[in-house]
Design a protein around this ligand. Structure first.
Ligand code: SF4
Ligand code: SF4
Length: 357
């Protein structure tokens, strides 16, 4: 079961362009699946695991990380995701199954990648991670979304208790003040973060790349006040972005357009990222600091996660399933771990283009 340990640290991976993050899902609360997902991808070599702000989820992920460290000596950072406003990453689907006609072909069940709609009981809250695929597909419009954000007041004491390595703040254009309030609250907890990731994109906001860069510069100013180091998570596609044509390229295009005008710090791809994303990065130029995989990473090993759950065991207790799932995970992330990149992959704001302050 031992897997070769990575020779570089998580911080070095950001500087060398080899950084890989696993996004477990800001609303994913399926504890057995989270423990297996984290064990597999931490063993495969990710540098960070991003989970929801839920104590049980954080403990499940941390236990998996401890286990991987005991096996191969590597330890990805544990990152907790929050949002400074309404955000589709922090929602769950809901419907009343009593209202469903008996002859419905159940397209909602078929489309759900998390198998959260099974057995005519509505949505399994723990499994639903809010991807939203089921919402438009119900012919009767029965499925609604529910906002599941953790309030800042409850979050501050939870953060002190959970003491993660890093935090991610999902933000959106026009929310600079909300971002500042969020940062001020998390700083009041005196938890030391290795990095604060800022997750933002363009899609759905009606702004251009220059506007987005201005928004990021405002976040940079705020983080600088507290001497916090950022990771800029560029969301190419919104939730469920791994679906549809062009998904692999959209985050790369955003990075290409913003890299010369973004604030200082590592620029990391997300949103729609998949196994083809790396092919869109030119080998001649410095690339991004790394990538985050969410839906694609879960989907790849979903058959083994589900089978382990059916057997009522952990993937770690099922050697054949473990090897097969680990092989899939390794194939997804190894091109990034072995990527040769110039150290100039970070925001190149001083070499070209405008600087926003
Ligand atoms: S399709 Fe997505 S939003 Fe709907 S129940 Fe499944 S995970 Fe939740
Ligand atoms: S598609 Fe709509 S009506 Fe059919 S089972 Fe799903 S929620 Fe019920």
């Amino acid at each position: 079961m031992n897997h070769k340990a990575s020779s570089i640290s998580n911080e070095q991976a950001l500087h060398k362009g080899n950084w890989v993050k696993l996004i477990c899902g800001a609303s994913n609360q399926d504890l057995p699946a989270i423990a297996d997902l984290c064990s597999i991808y931490a063993t495969a070599g990710v540098h960070c695991i991003d989970v929801s702000a839920d104590a049980a989820v954080v403990y499940a992920a941390r236990q998996a990380i401890d286990w991987v460290e005991s096996q191969n000596g590597t330890r990805p950072w544990l990152m907790i995701s929050i949002s400074d406003g309404k955000d589709e990453h922090f929602r769950k689907a809901w419907f009343d199954p009593q209202k469903c006609p008996l002859d419905c072909l159940r397209p909602c069940q078929q489309i759900c990648p998390a198998k959260a709609i099974e057995g005519g009981n509505g949505v399994n809250n723990d499994r639903c991670y809010g991807c939203g695929r089921c919402i438009p597909i119900c012919p009767l419009g029965l499925i609604n979304e529910q906002d599941r954000r953790v309030g800042l007041k409850e979050f501050a004491p939870l953060l002190s208790e959970l003491n993660p390595d890093a935090i991610e703040i999902h933000t959106a254009p026009g929310r600079a003040k909300d971002f500042e309030n969020t940062v001020s609250t998390i700083m009041s907890t005196n938890v030391c973060f290795k990095r604060i990731a800022v997750s933002c994109g363009l899609q759905g906001y009606g702004i251009n790349t220059e506007d987005l860069a201005k928004e990021l510069w405002a976040r940079h100013k705020c983080l600088s006040k507290y001497n916090q180091k950022a990771i800029w998570q560029l969301d190419g596609r919104r939730m469920s972005g791994d679906l549809g044509k062009g998904a692999a390229k959209v985050a790369v295009s955003l990075w290409e357009n913003i890299k010369h005008i973004a604030p200082p710090g590592p620029l990391q791809l997300a949103g729609g990222t998949n196994q083809f994303t790396i092919k869109h990065i030119s080998k001649k130029d410095p690339g991004p600091a790394g990538i985050a995989f969410g839906g694609m990473a879960r989907k790849l090993i979903q058959p083994w996660l589900l089978e382990a759950q059916m057997k009522q065991i952990s993937l770690r207790e099922w050697p054949e399933g473990w090897e097969e799932a680990l092989n899939e995970a390794t194939q997804l992330i190894s091109p990034w771990l072995s990527r040769k990149s110039s150290p100039q992959h970070q925001s190149a704001r001083t070499s070209k283009g405008k600087v926003f302050k």
